[in-house]
Ligand binder design. Structure first.
Ligand code: PDD
Length: 276
């Protein structure tokens, strides 16, 4: 298994990360997960743009052009002969004696690896169950930060109950999933939280909103409440790894008739067409 360390390809066992890496000590860094279908990076430019935007938001300068960065991702996939899978890439502010403020002369540390992964076809066919979990994260969820403790704790709470995802809410307002975006459909209109500081604007989310336009599905980027969520005709989530994933129950309460909805299935199909 090759991994990327800054601009070098090395074997994973040869990677040395300092105890004083700020990612390790502060979660002071950012990441991306990019999907690979049939050896091709899906929506790579969008992911790379978001990576550069996240870096800028936390004031880290990436020492490569986007083209060079793209090539590094591509070469890693090729070296590891990944057919279907993901690239995980992260960048921390670098290594320095531990102080909270940014250290001087601290080059960032980039690492990336790949993993083979098939599409979750079974779950996408049957739909998944979820629960509400209070969103206790910080107020810059638009940054794809390595600080994922709020997300980890929420996902674990769902996982312990045998559920696929936690639906986060701030007070009564549904924001997003622990590692996904959330959508409800009512009377043919698709509702999803607007792309504010309270959610990560998913790349899959952007593809889906585009597909809605193409399919003539009306979209309202308007937040909805927990009780409105339970009254939706259809519900689904999206992410790089889960694509368009139907949600058939929240807190044991069936959504619609408790099976994947028609518009959700239409979007799944349209999404699949994009992969060809
Ligand atoms: N998670 N919201 C959150 C909090 C996320 O962590 C993710 C992605 C998304 C969906 O974004 P995208 O469609 O760009 O994958 C929304 C990735 C997959 C992860 O952490 O593994």
């Amino acid at each position: 298994e090759w991994i990327l360390h800054n601009d070098q390809f090395i074997q994973e066992e040869d990677l040395k990360i300092s105890m004083e890496d700020r990612g390790y000590q502060f979660g002071d860094g950012i990441y991306e997960v990019i999907r690979v279908y049939e050896g091709n990076l899906f929506t790579a430019e969008e992911h790379i743009d978001r990576f550069y935007e996240s870096a800028e938001k936390i004031k880290i300068v990436i020492p490569y052009t986007k083209d060079v960065f793209h090539k590094l991702m591509y070469d890693l996939v090729e070296k590891n002969e990944i057919d279907n899978g993901i690239v995980y890439v992260q960048m921390t502010r670098g290594c320095a004696p531990r102080v909270h403020q940014f250290p001087a002369d601290c080059p960032p540390v980039i690492v990336a690896n790949t993993k083979s992964m098939e599409r979750p076809v079974e779950a996408m066919r049957s739909g998944v169950q979820t629960k509400f979990v209070e969103d206790v994260r910080w107020l810059r969820c638009d940054i794809k930060s390595l600080n994922l403790l709020g997300n980890v704790l929420a996902k674990q709470e769902a996982y312990e109950e045998g559920l696929f995802e936690a639906i986060l809410h701030r007070g009564e307002t549904v924001t997003e999933g622990s590692s996904s975006n959330m959508y409800g459909i009512k009377n043919g209109v698709l509702y999803t939280h607007p792309a504010t500081n309270l959610i990560l604007n998913g790349i899959t989310r952007r593809v889906i909103l585009e597909l809605c336009k193409e399919q003539g599905i009306e979209v309202q980027e308007t937040a909805f409440t927990k009780s409105e969520a339970l009254e939706m005709d259809e519900f689904f989530m999206s992410s790089t790894t889960s694509e368009v994933m139907p949600i058939i129950a929240i807190d044991g309460h069936k959504i619609g008739s408790g099976v994947p909805g028609e518009l959700t299935k239409k979007l799944q199909k349209a999404f699949e067409e994009k992969l060809k």
